[in-house]
Write a protein that binds this ligand. Structure first.
Ligand code: GLA
Length: 356
């Protein structure tokens, strides 16, 4: 077998944060930054990362506690579903920054899942790819993530965002017509240690909300139910309910090209993630505070799980660069770190790269 190459994109979620494990709505699009998986036959399972300059040979179901687990987890998930995966060499490289809120882990899992399914001629559909990729992260690596990231890496369509209902997985492609506007992603270059433990804690708190209210789903809840909650549980539930409304409003705003409204919703979302869901941090708050209310900047908010990572900025075309240097300097003065601005465009989902 000659080498076959597959690539899967990262994603930016426009809005709908911490809703995907609460039967809620999300509005992500894939970005033109990828993880590539080059696959060829071998005598044993070998995974090689160009970035980490590392090669690992593995035996299932051993875990290594490293990046290679995301790949081993995929093989493990296939085998559990009854698929036999032949030994192969999988070489990984990427231009997706790790920890910037662009979900490099889902891109890795999806590139490998799709690649193996094609190389082995498993006849499985996109939804099955999403499930296997996600099982790797949830059950093998042990991060209880929702479904948004893997779903986007598989189903994304260039120039569109995906309005996904994570309750029944129905979705609609919403044209991402940015004429006259731009989206930037600012990588804060911080990822606080507590990110994954706090993520799992938020999930538990949301489960607790349902238990207290004796509901099966957040979608059965209304404003009156909120009055029966207090403290932390009230705050978490209020965020989820409001955020779902904001996603629906954002879809309407995008459809009518009302970027001013979309920008306002981004800012409301950030405030809620900061004050109610409490997953923001000083660094991303600083970036958002610096930018909002500046001429031409329509909105900004943290993206992804939180506790560092990235900030999405919506602005009128050409205005953001005016503030970029001042923002970088202020951030450096305050935190002693260099942030990075990434220009991103939308992308299609996972694919085989032809001609190699
Ligand atoms: C991480 C998870 C997603 C989602 C976001 C928060 O990126 O992988 O499933 O829960 O956090 O919206």
């Amino acid at each position: 077998m000659s080498v076959r190459i597959f690539k899967a994109p990262g994603r930016i979620n426009i809005i709908g944060e911490h809703t995907d494990y609460n039967d809620g709505f999300v509005l992500p699009f894939a970005v033109d930054r990828y993880v590539w998986a080059e696959i060829e036959e071998s005598d044993e399972f070998e995974v090689i990362s160009e970035e980490f300059n590392e090669k690992k040979v593995f035996k299932l179901p051993e875990k290594s506690g490293t990046w290679a687990d995301y790949i081993m987890g995929v093989v493990w998930a296939f085998e559990r579903e009854g698929y036999r995966v032949k030994p192969m060499r999988i070489r990984i490289h990427s231009n997706l920054p790790i920890g910037a809120g662009l979900s490099s882990s889902a891109a890795l899992e999806v590139a490998v899942t799709y690649g193996i399914s094609r190389v082995m001629d498993f006849n499985i559909d996109g939804m099955e790819i999403v499930k296997i990729a996600r099982s790797s992260e949830v059950e093998f690596v042990g991060v209880r993530c929702g479904i948004m990231d893997q779903f986007t890496a598989v189903f994304a369509k260039k120039d569109h965002a995906i309005f996904l209902d994570t309750m029944d997985l129905s979705y609609e492609y919403i044209p991402l017509n940015l004429k006259g506007y731009e989206i930037h992603l600012i990588d804060s270059k911080v990822k606080h240690e507590l990110a994954s433990s706090e993520y799992n804690k938020r999930r538990q708190e949301c489960e607790e909300v349902l238990k207290v209210l004796k509901k099966n789903s957040f979608r059965e809840m209304c404003e009156e139910d909120l009055a029966k909650l207090e403290g932390v549980l009230f705050k978490r539930a209020k965020h989820v309910l409001d955020e779902n409304d904001r996603v629906r409003e954002s879809v309407e705003a995008l459809k009518r090209g009302d970027m001013v409204k979309l920008g306002e919703l981004l800012v409301r979302s950030h405030e809620s993630l900061r004050d109610l869901y409490e997953v923001s941090c000083e660094e991303t708050d600083f970036i958002v505070d610096f930018l909002v209310n500046k001429d031409g900047i329509l909105g900004a908010r943290m993206v992804g799980g939180g506790f560092g990572g990235g900030v999405i900025v919506l602005s009128k075309e050409g205005t953001f660069p005016e503030y970029e240097e001042a923002l970088k300097a202020a951030y450096k003065r305050r935190f002693g770190k260099d942030l990075e601005v990434l220009e991103v465009r939308s992308s299609d989902g996972v694919m085989e790269v032809e001609g190699n």
